[in-house]
Design a protein around this ligand. Sequence first.
Ligand code: FAD
Ligand code: MG
Ligand code: MG
Ligand code: MG
Ligand code: MG
Length: 552
Amino acid sequence: SKGHIAHADALASNDDRRIASSEQVPKKKKVVLLGTGWGGMSFLKSLNNPNYEVQVVSPRNFFVFTPLLPSVTCGKVEARSIVEPIRNIIRKKNVNISYSEAECVKIDPNNKKIYCRATIDSRSKGEEVFAVDYDYLIIAVGAQVNTFNTPGVMENCHFLKEIDDAQKIRKNVIDSFEKASLPNLSDEERKKILHFVVVGGGPTGVEFAAELHDFVNDDVVKLYPNVQDLVKITLLEATDHILNMFDKRITNFAEQKFGRDGIDVKLGSMVTGINENEISTKVRGNGEKTSTPYGMVLWSTGIGPRPLIKEFMKQIGQGNRRALATDEWLRVEGFGNIYALGDCATVNQRKVMEDISEIFRKADKDNSGTLTVKEFQEIIDDICERYPQVELYLKNKQVRNMVDLLKEAKGDAAKESMELNIEEFKSALSEVDSQMKNLPATAQVANQQGAYLAKCFNRMEECEKNPEGPPRFRGTGRHRFHPFRYRHLGQFAPLGGEQTAAQLPGDWVSIGHSEQWLWYSVYASKQVSWRTRALVVSDWIRRFIFGRDTSG
Ligand code: FAD
Ligand code: MG
Ligand code: MG
Ligand code: MG
Ligand code: MG
């Protein structure tokens, strides 16, 4: 019947429409993310563009809140309180995200592929290699410990990078006290067992030494009273001071506090080798060599690139670098679709002086060969956006703005009518690049980079439709997004005895007990979920009331 045909027609046209529309809907672009640490987690938390399909590859199916790792080593906080399952993070998203527990072993940028090895079952290691295609690759694999090829370090030292490390250290610390309490040991032997050596006076080494000292003071005295006097903590630092990256006042305070606490801080002391029983050092100045018996060593001297990154850098001609170089948009240099962030990467900031002729040419709209104040004012925003060091320089020099800087360069008499030629322009700005610093390898940086990159991905289509970007960025032309800008929020150094040093932006320094409370509140608020926040806070309260848990 007629009705029937009409119905069939409707069906057919429906089908046509369906086919047509499925042809129109573009395939989702595939983003592959390597790593579930600070950089990766932060990217996942901020990404909300449903037009991407994300595949996460990481050997670790959880995120670790690393700033609290030192607290785990002596039982102030439980290990499980500072980890968040990655599947908890991704299930809450409106974006299609999948996860594979595997490590990436090779990157093939020419075919837009990575090769991975499943890491779940240690027996099958090496066999299950699979390939994953990507449209965009985000590398956030972090770094690994650096032994500087010192003999015996890998075999005999503890490290503090992962949650397992912290748990092993905790068990080892408690075992040391149990071992030293066994009968039939000489005092010499007990002293050896209870000699804890920390190599590296950076924030991690210092915090561990402080934790250990607190543990001895608060708990060991009650639980192992017979051996408490035999405990010795030594901190070895190769340079002239501990906590180099902090303000002098903090360094001095920490060195003096450790001195009073009986922690033996040996400055200018290089470790030359470690065997099962002794650690050998050389004094930097006079070359004097010593070997000392030890019970336990924590090696905490800095980080180096992972094999995957080393290999990739070789492949792409960055073989002589220590981290993957990216531009300020976090794109690996030479690739538009590979991003890198966090500890495995470093941002190659552009220097004003390298681009100075181009800047001048662009600003000199009338091609007169000189810049007027008006011409210059039109590009100031772009310059500040493109070269973040400029603002830092102005702040440090206490110059109000760039026009004042130019006027100063031209001499006091210069008025609004001032004009600068290229040489004068160069000399006025010759110093601005002096403020450039590499970003530190911190959670703060990785976290901000992950959030920045997610924002770029959230806005990707909007930017593709309007490639010039918002008017503010017009003129820089080449790029759709404003470059990554790091905002330093300050830094803490817990020093033990419920005292913490805080260095906040503007080099505002303060040290004491109230800073420890600031530390507690900042680290509680930075937790990635309410679950871990509740766990961490209850661990702190438990420790205040009942002391540390010393089973292990
Ligand atoms: P990570 O967080 O290390 O994450 C790397 C991820 O990549 C991990 O999930 C890892 O499993 C995965 N991965 C490794 N290899 C592969 C592979 N081949 N394929 C796929 N995935 C891989 N910073 C601060 O700002 N403040 C602090 O107080 C602070 N305290 C710290 C205390 C300690 C004890 C430590 C170790 C670090 C601390 N940091 C701190 C530094 C901070 O943790 C790092 O800078 C930060 O973790 C870097 O983030 P990331 O994402 O680059 O790497
Ligand atoms: Mg990461
Ligand atoms: Mg991490
Ligand atoms: Mg970095
Ligand atoms: Mg001109």
